[in-house]
Design a protein around this ligand. Structure first.
Ligand code: ZN
Ligand code: MN
Length: 134
């Protein structure tokens, strides 16, 4: 019995990862739940949340809080910068030069030790800009 449960748990986690890893659109837990539910009709939103939180804690994926009161998830755990659309809350990867020097800037008048930063860029995404133009 225990073996079956463990197997199911890891199969659920694999299904979540298989859905998330190839994506570039930073889906919410709800969106991931709706997709994984097709393969695992008995899976609960709570289980999806718990797995996503665990995977984020383990550094396999990352969690992005972007102001629309839902967390988005990113299959790419490496540090990179994000743009968040203030209109539609799309989360988009920014291809830009490394800005890690801001850690040094931030440390200038600070006696503690800075080990990283978390920056989100805001504005209008290309889709919303185009909609506005039409
Ligand atoms: Zn937008
Ligand atoms: Mn990303």
């Amino acid at each position: 019995m225990a073996t079956t449960r463990t197997l199911n748990k890891s199969r659920q986690r694999d299904a979540i990862l298989n859905y998330l890893l190839p994506r570039k659109d930073h889906p919410t837990a709800d969106a991931i739940y709706n997709a994984v539910k097709e393969e695992f009709p008995n899976i609960s939103l709570g289980t999806v949340y718990r797995n996503l939180s665990l995977l984020a804690e383990l550094g396999i994926i990352q969690k992005i809080s972007c102001g629309d009161n839902s967390e988005h998830f990113d299959g790419n755990p490496k540090p990179h910068n994000h743009f968040i659309c203030s209109e539609c809350y799309s989360v988009i990867d920014l291809e830009m030069e490394n800005i890690d020097f801001i850690d040094t800037l931030a440390a200038t008048n600070f006696n503690g030790k800075i080990s990283g930063h978390n920056i989100y860029f805001y504005g209008k995404c290309p889709n919303c800009l185009e909609k506005e133009a039409n």
